[in-house]
Design a protein around this ligand. Structure first.
Ligand code: APR
Length: 229
């Protein structure tokens, strides 16, 4: 039976598609305060500011193009004889644009959520305060993004994949935000081999057996070729 591969991706895999990361030099968290734009309290305090932050990222992501790293992962999912599960912290939709499927543990910029009734719908390019919910009509639409202090999505499914995988890879994540930063420990505990692909060392580099250092658009296609060819 071919190995099951689980891959965690972070903002670094989309950096070469022109989308900013969070914690690199000049990253999103250097320009915006997390508590203002990425918490339920910030949204309650100033919904216009929060919608403005996600509207800008939604428009940018809509025109972003997958880079060779996204394309390589789609190739791996298509051609690997075993199961390949991508778990992404990213909300930019680039895995799907490259032809892959992914579990979105932090939600998606393309999604809107009603915080009154829980209904989900495709977000318009620009959302605004009092966005009406198509289901319950309440003015309670918000970006379908998991904010700090909220539970990431699909955690039970993700944990099952981690405990059943033979190879765990993390690509382009700084390893600073849990639970994602702890996935490598779970996978290793269950006996998986582990590899980190990143431009630089991360907070969790020491937890991986193997490493590929370089830009994702180079190291990810090379790693996929090692596996497939
Ligand atoms: N190729 C590979 N890795 C890269 C590249 C690149 N071209 N550019 C940057 N990186 C790496 C950085 O070295 C860093 O380790 O990508 C990582 C980016 O880290 P963060 O900006 O912290 O992004 P991420 O790890 O995805 O953040 C996790 O934090 O703010 C929350 O919800 C947000 O999903 C996000 C989570």
């Amino acid at each position: 039976m071919a190995d099951k591969i689980v891959i965690l991706t972070g903002a670094g895999i989309s950096a070469e598609s022109g989308l900013g990361t969070f914690r690199d030099e000049g990253g999103l968290w250097a320009k915006h305060r997390i508590e203002d734009v990425a918490t339920p309290e910030g949204f309650a305090r100033d919904p216009a500011l929060v919608h403005g932050f996600y509207n800008a990222r939604r428009v940018q992501a809509a025109s972003a193009v997958p880079n060779p790293a996204h394309t390589a992962l789609a190739r791996l999912q298509r051609d690997w004889p075993g199961e390949v599960v991508i778990v992404t912290q990213n909300v930019d939709g680039l895995h799907e644009k490259a032809g892959a499927t992914a579990i979105h543990m932090h939600g998606e910029l393309s999604g809107a959520l009603c915080f009154a009734c829980g209904h989900r719908w495709t977000a318009p390019p620009q959302m605004s305060p009092g966005e009406p919910c198509p289901a319950c009509a309440a003015p309670t639409g918000r970006p379908d993004i998991v904010w700090f202090g909220e539970m990431p999505y699909h955690m039970d499914e993700i944990e099952d994949h981690l405990l059943g995988c033979d190879l765990f890879a993390a690509i382009g994540t700084s390893g600073q935000v849990y639970p994602a930063a702890g996935f490598v420990q779970g996978a290793a505990y269950a006996g998986a081999r582990t590899i980190e692909l990143n431009l630089a060392e991360s907070e969790i580099t020491g937890a991986f057996e193997d490493h590929r250092i370089g830009p994702a658009s180079e190291v990810v296609p090379a790693w996929v070729a090692e596996l497939l060819d």
